[in-house]
Design a protein around this ligand. Structure first.
Ligand code: AMP
Length: 317
């Protein structure tokens, strides 16, 4: 059975808080300075292929109309994007040939250091909330203002190490955590991923999604387990934003169908993997800005075929 999504309604259905940033990125294939990035940016661009998205973040006066155009051309609502004097968040990172591991060279919070999000009334009524990677205190402040149906969050080693108490508080107010495998091991304080997952599920979230870079993704609840491979790409150009575009595809699909059951979560994992696979093909949001629904659907079908197998039972030998 093919599960299709109906027409999109006029409602804003996902709210995301996270970084809107300028990134300086170096990979073995090239280098870019101060390109538009940030967790909220990658997330909202990916999710905007599925549903309406509103972004909560702060930018400085270096955020130009050409940067906002990336949001507006995808019809992302920027009315809760605050603009203040100063410089926007800046992240500088580098990847070696193991593209699964980002090496942070520099993180400058800049305008995020004093950000106190005050959400508009419309934003507070959004049914799906994604707390993108940013200070856990900000994630909690936004969470408290929104009575969402489903709350998911991401984080990273930077916050796990520098703000562990705030992170613990954040974990207690979410339904779903979406992190990479190294972060899962760190939060769970366990080298074994299954045991780390069990630990994390006892800290608050009912569901855990673990992103494993080129090896795919896994999803854990106390009762269930699901895993998928990644789309087998020959060219990975810039892995920055893979995690956020994964989360955007995943949450975007859930919000579009407004169904939060096991089968929908599983399809969401596939859409997340599809969006991440496109994002890493080029620097920044470049590939996503040219992406079409036909391409998304074709890759979804391929990914399904790659891991589909028939039931079998061997007789005793
Ligand atoms: P990912 O999807 O995990 O590759 O995230 C990439 C984005 O995260 C980059 O565009 C960065 O601007 C952003 N980022 C990096 N470090 C941080 C941080 N400590 N807090 C918030 N955002 C960050």
């Amino acid at each position: 059975m093919i599960h299709s999504i109906g027409e999109r309604e006029g409602l804003v259905s996902i709210l995301v808080v996270g970084s809107v940033a300028f990134d300086s990125v170096k990979t073995p294939f090239g280098e870019r300075d101060r390109i538009l990035g940030g967790s909220a940016t990658y997330f909202s661009v990916a999710a905007s292929f599925f549903t309406n998205v509103r972004v909560v973040a702060v930018v400085g006066d270096d955020f130009a109309p050409a940067d906002e155009a990336v949001f507006l051309e995808r019809k992302i609502d920027t009315s809760d994007l605050e603009r203040v004097q100063g410089r926007s968040f800046h992240w500088s990172g580098e990847y070696g040939y193991d593209l699964n591991v980002a090496h942070t060279r520099d993180t400058q919070l800049n305008v995020f250091a004093d950000f106190k999000p005050k959400l508009s009334e419309g934003a507070r009524e959004t049914p799906y909330l994604f707390l993108g990677n940013i200070q856990p205190q900000l994630q909690v402040e936004v969470r408290k203002q929104v009575g969402a149906r489903l709350v998911a969050a991401d984080t990273m080693n930077y916050w796990i190490n520098s703000t562990p108490d705030e992170l613990r508080e954040m974990l207690q107010c979410i339904d779903l955590l979406i992190i990479n495998d190294a972060e899962a091991r760190e939060i769970g304080r366990e080298a074994n991923l299954v045991r780390a997952a069990r630990r994390i599920l006892s800290m608050g979230p009912q569901r855990l999604v673990v992103k494993r870079g080129e090896y795919g993704a896994a999803m854990f609840t106390k009762e269930s387990y699901f895993a998928t491979p990644a789309y087998p790409l020959e060219e990975v150009f810039d892995p920055t934003g893979a995690g956020d575009s994964f989360a955007g595809g995943f949450m975007g699909y859930l919000a579009a169908t407004n169904a939060i059951d096991e089968a929908s979560f599983r399809r969401g994992i596939i859409y997340g993997s599809v969006m991440a696979s496109f994002n890493v093909e080029e620097f920044g949001c470049e590939r996503m800005r040219r992406l079409t629904h036909e391409e998304i659907n074709a890759r979804f079908r391929e990914l399904r075929a790659f891991s589909n197998f028939e039931e079998a039972e061997m007789p005793p030998f």
